[in-house]
Design a binder for this molecule. Structure first.
Ligand SMILES: [Zn+2]
Length: 393
């Protein structure tokens, strides 16, 4: 039986590093948003086929492949990367910047894909003990892509462990950031439609103004979220889109706000939604406001033993000095939570901060250091090669 050896955790060799870098840059140049990612799907499927793997490729639900281990009696490990980009115009100045107008890999999912491809290549060349299922999932950002991806034939297994990384451009390069309990928040999306009659800009006393009302809603929601952020809990309410008006001298008749709410527990999530309903349900002069809540993702909660296993095996090797315990949950949301509802496992942040660039994921100028893929590779290869007896049974 092959065991994880102290101090010998694998680092990608130069060939794998170049392979990951090339895939990352190619994928970065041609980002796609949502569930339908025809070019990205084709790229990943082709790369896995070139490694000699049997590829399960379903439209709108990603690409998976099972890499055979040397002992079929050991339960497999499922490693997941997400594939989708964001509707953000890139301003990083990278020589391999997005060639698709208004779309970019501002969340670093290109690094996730490239890391997992590099790992698959290494696993084929140096077979592990356990089978490894590599999962490339579309539609993480807002399309709940994990759900259709979990229907892959390759994932119809009951006994398995699962792990995933997320690169973070605001955390120190090479760090592995983990948290017991809630790692990432509960989250939902909302839309508020305001309808009135509109009127002359010179007479605001005569008609309600949806821009003013929408601004009051936003301010009220922020106050509400601050009020709920106590006793170790946290709530966030953010408006990300506000549409109203089209000229300088007419009070518009309608407005629309959209955005997201986040909470560290189900209780706070409920209180936040109830509070919003109260604010938006009040009388608003001659305007009506309607709130719609679109259910988002459950919280990403690590399995205690699976996370402890990961930390223990990493602490014996090259990444021992890289481990950082997060004091509080990230308010980001992630549909990897659906994987963690099926199998024990954990997600961690891998620090990917580029020199002199503090921008966080989703910013137009968020740059991700490519060496973060080395950390991701080492982390994955270490957990795959760990003694199976240390995993939850
Ligand atoms: Zn992401």
């Amino acid at each position: 039986m092959k065991l994880a050896q102290s101090g010998s955790q694998p680092h990608p060799n130069e060939e794998i590093r170049l392979y990951m870098r090339d895939h990352r840059r190619t994928l970065h140049r041609s980002p796609e948003v949502g569930l339908e990612l025809p070019n990205t799907h084709a790229h990943i499927a082709k790369a896995l086929e070139q490694l000699g793997l049997d590829v399960e490729h379903r439209p709108s639900s990603g690409v998976t492949a099972r890499v055979a281990g040397t002992d079929s009696t050991v339960r497999p490990v499922i490693l997941r990367a997400d594939m989708d980009a964001l509707p953000v115009q890139e301003k990083t100045g990278e020589p391999f910047s997005s060639e698709n107008e208004g779309v970019s890999h501002a969340c670093g999912h290109d690094l996730h894909m490239a890391t997992l491809l590099g790992l698959a290549r290494d696993l084929v060349a140096n077979p592990p003990l356990r089978d490894v299922i590599v999962v490339f999932q579309p539609g993480e950002e807002t399309d709940r892509g994990a759900v259709p991806t979990l229907e892959h034939q390759n994932l119809q297994i009951i006994e398995a462990d699962t792990y995933a990384i997320h690169v973070n451009s605001a955390l120190t390069l090479g760090t592995v950031n983990y948290r017991f309990g809630t790692f990432m928040a509960f989250g939902d999306w909302f839309s508020i439609d305001i309808n009135g009659v509109g009127g002359h800009a010179s007479a605001p006393e005569r008609v309600g103004n949806p821009i003013r009302l929408g601004s009051q809603f936003f301010a009220g929601m922020i106050e509400l979220a601050i009020g709920l952020s106590r006793d170790g809990e946290k709530a966030v309410a953010t408006v990300t889109e506000f549409q109203s008006g089209n000229t300088v001298n007419v009070i518009p008749a309608a407005g629309r706000l959209r955005g997201t709410i986040r909470a560290t527990s189900e209780e706070v999530r409920t209180e936040l939604i109830d509070g919003m309903r109260e604010i938006i349900g009040l009388e608003h002069r001659d305007m009506q406001a309607h709130l719609e809540i679109m259910q988002g993702y459950p919280a990403v909660v690590a399995d205690d033993r699976a996370l402890q296993t990961l930390i223990s095996v990493l602490a014996q090797g090259q990444l021992a000095e890289s481990l950082v315990q997060m004091p509080e949950p990230s308010m980001v949301i992630e549909d990897y939570s659906y994987f963690l509802q099926k199998w024990p496992g954990a997600m961690v942040y891998v620090g990917a901060q580029a020199e002199l660039n503090p921008s966080f994921n989703h910013s137009a100028d968020a740059r991700f250091h490519e060496d973060a893929m080395d950390t991701g590779f080492t982390l994955f290869r270490t957990i795959v090669d760990a003694d199976p007896r240390v995993f939850t049974t």
